[in-house]
Design a protein. Structure first.
Length: 64
């Protein structure tokens, strides 16, 4: 009977470690996705500002 109790106890930490590993992988994936989204938002903001400045420069060059 003691061997069955010890067997179930030894399996429990493995399951907990596996669950913790899965949680870490999921959180890391979400963090990477958030960071990539933030970088892309900054990139597209810079692209839009550059496009607006280019249009203003072109209009100024053609009109004035």
């Amino acid at each position: 009977m003691d061997s069955q109790i010890e067997a179930s106890r030894s399996r429990s930490p493995v399951v907990k470690k596996a669950a913790a590993g899965v949680v870490l992988i999921v959180v890391a994936a979400l963090a990477i996705k958030i960071v990539i989204g933030f970088v892309m938002a900054i990139f597209w903001t810079v692209v839009v500002i550059a496009a607006v400045l280019a249009v203003l420069w072109a209009v100024k060059t053609l009109v004035w």
